[in-house]
Design a protein around this ligand. Structure first.
Ligand code: GDP
Length: 610
């Protein structure tokens, strides 16, 4: 047998072997939507999985078994074909076979190789995140190699007795969750830095919630141990109360005392990360087109868009064409962390690349495809996916839609981020909400804190498909804007009972919509005419528009005299639909005849808020 035939035979056997176990049965062809239903995730998540694998599809697009199998296996399913004909698969187009091969590579594990862990450093401000990153870097990085100067490219790798660890250079949970909200998951292990003299602070808790929501294992670095008032036991105690139990107390979280200043304990920290990584058995297939994520990007005035990519699986090479988020490019040159030109980058390796057409966003997914033409076409398809995501039907969960999504089996968990004014109410709200869990849906508080609703809360909600509730809490401007963009629901309450009742009603499909007034325009009464059926106000529209269908309030000296709706709206003798600012018109208001010169008419409409 020729070696090619041999591998074909092996492929066929392997596919048949998969069929032997308990597996998800997929037909030859199915739509993205059908696959989503089968694997019980939203179509958007299937589309995202497809993108990660370099395949662009829309919701109603038909995809073949091989493609569906890749997605299903990425989502943890074992897959089998519905009709026999496994040999047929082996006889299909080479490109498809390639897909099956890479799918098999992921499933049977044979060509998978170890990859190094990718680590993000999180913690409260000033607890020493940057100092720890600097300390690790200066002590371990293979920097001065061949006269190379250490470059800041957004991530770096260190060597630990022959093993490698990749650190993401932007500390903090905001960057981490922003990426996650974009569907990228770059981090394998989180280091939670807590200053031993300061103990657990608000952002420590926040970072913990973010890491937990992402399901990332945590190593605690108890920093500033060189200080006299360092109190590591207090840190252990405080984090234990939050459910992070030190190994030496019988839990499973390593707590490593360090000093970024003296570098004491840094090696120990690295060893603990390596141990965590071993448990995770991180693997990737370097023999496939690269898939990765953008860590950071900027416009280099001399060389055009420059982006740091972290390869997650496959190998990235110069000359590769890739889809990069909404844009695309052909990799013109790549540089490692020492500023040296490289030609390829394997899994978990960060590289700065030139050749992407526009500056991408941190968290954008990168996937290498066959040709530039394909990359461009896919980038365009990706833009359509974005439109799809922006579509209301694909919006994140909200109390209003919860019941429907529960009923169709799409939502099994309601993730809530809680903000309250004081600690006492926070606990009360948390317990009351969690107590609402029933068989259909589990109410899960993924983060609770005192203070205002922040942008970071909204990002966490986006990344976890959750909602934000504020109890006697203000919504920061940034959070409001972020919520408008992402569609995340923020609800604020002043009475705990109302909050609990709303969530309860949402879970049983009984939530009544709430309406709010949206002002459309103002008119000032300049003259009053008596007509047979009542009085008509001759008005000048001061701002906005007055619509014949508007609701309205008549006010005098700031006091509301009457509230009803516009009865008739005329310009000269004609009935009109609307009158805009600067124009005169005649208005009569339902049930009101006492107009006086100088009165104001405010036109508004009632808009459904939830
Ligand atoms: P970040 O905001 O968490 O990134 O914190 P930085 O790394 O900027 O550190 C905040 C301050 O703490 C700086 O003044 C550092 O010099 C100091 N610092 C960081 N680590 C240590 C440490 O291990 N010991 C001492 N004494 N000071 C530290």
């Amino acid at each position: 047998m020729r070696s090619e035939e041999q591998s074909e035979a092996a492929l066929a056997t392997a596919i048949a072997d998969i069929g032997a176990g308990q597996a998800l049965v997929l037909p030859d062809n199915l739509t993205v939507k059908e696959l989503a239903d089968l694997v019980r995730v939203s179509p958007v998540d299937v589309i995202k999985e497809l993108i990660k694998n370099g395949i662009m599809a829309t919701i109603n697009q038909v995809i073949d078994f091989d493609t569906a199998a890749i997605v299903a296996s990425d989502l943890g399913y074992e897959v089998r074909e519905a009709t026999g004909g496994t040999e047929e698969v082996a006889e299909e187009e080479p490109q498809t076979r390639e897909q099956v091969r890479s799918y098999l590579a992921e499933v049977d594990g044979a060509p998978l190789q170890d990859r190094s862990p990718v680590v993000t450093v999180m913690g409260h401000v000033d607890h020493g995140k940057t100092s720890i990153l600097d300390s690790i870097r200066s002590a371990n990085v293979t920097a001065a190699e061949a006269g190379g100067i250490t470059q800041h490219i957004g991530a770096y790798q260190v060597d630990l007795d022959g093993r490698t660890i990749t650190f993401i250079d932007t500390p903090g949970h905001e960057a981490f969750t922003t990426m996650r909200a974009r569907g990228a998951m770059a981090t394998d292990v989180a280091i939670l830095v807590v200053a031993a003299d300061d103990g657990v602070m608000p952002q420590t808790r926040e970072a913990l919630s973010h890491a937990r929501a992402a399901g990332v294992p945590i190593v605690v670095a108890v920093n500033k141990m060189d200080l006299e008032d360092a109190n590591p036991d207090r840190v252990k105690q405080q984090l234990s109360e939050l459910g992070l139990i030190p190994e030496e107390w019988g839990g499973d979280t390593p707590f490593v005392p360090v000093s970024a200043k003296t570098a004491d304990g840094i090696k120990d920290l690295l060893e603990n990360i390596a141990v965590q990584a071993e448990v995770l058995e991180l693997k990737a297939n370097p023999d496939r087109p690269a898939v990765g994520v953008v860590l950071e990007a900027e416009l280099d005035t001399m060389r055009g868009p420059k982006a740091t990519l972290l390869v997650q699986t496959g190998t990235l090479r110069t000359g590769d064409s890739a889809i990069v988020g909404d844009t695309w490019g052909r990799i013109r040159a790549m540089f490692d962390q020492n500023g040296q030109r490289v030609d390829s980058a394997r899994p978990s390796v960060p590289v700065a690349v030139l050749g992407v057409n526009e500056v991408p966003n941190a968290g954008d997914i990168v996937s290498v495809v066959q040709s530039e033409r394909e990359a461009r076409a896919h980038a365009e398809a990706r833009q359509r996916v974005n439109e799809l995501e922006a579509d209301k039907a694909q919006r994140p969960v909200s109390l209003d839609t919860l019941f429907g999504e529960m009923s169709s089996g799409k939502v099994k968990e309601l993730n809530i981020i809680v903000r309250t004014d004081v600690q006492g109410t926070m606990e009360a709200v948390k317990q009351a909400l969690e107590g609402l869990s029933n068989d259909e849906v589990k109410v899960k508080i993924i983060h609770a804190a005192t203070g205002n609703v922040s942008e970071s809360d909204v990002m966490l909600a986006t990344a976890s498909n959750g909602i934000v509730v504020g109890f006697n809490a203000k919504v920061e401007g940034g959070a409001k804007r972020q919520a408008d963009v992402t569609g995340v629901e923020i609800r604020t309450y002043r009475v705990i009972y109302e909050l609990i009742e709303d969530v309860e009603k949402a879970m049983t499909g009984m939530l009544e919509p709430i309406y709010a007034d949206v002002v459309e325009g103002h008119a000032e009464v300049r003259q009053v005419f008596k007509a047979r059926r009542g009085s008509i106000a001759g008005c000048l529209v001061m701002d906005g528009t007055i619509n014949r269908t508007s609701l309205c309030r008549v006010t005098r000296g700031g006091e509301v005299l009457h509230q009803s709706r516009i009865e008739s709206l005329r310009r000269f003798k004609d009935d009109v639909r609307e009158v805009t600012a600067g124009l005169e018109c005649g208005i009569s208001v339902d049930g009101f005849n006492d107009f006086a010169e100088g009165d104001a008419i405010e036109a508004y409409r009632s808009e459904r808020q939830r």
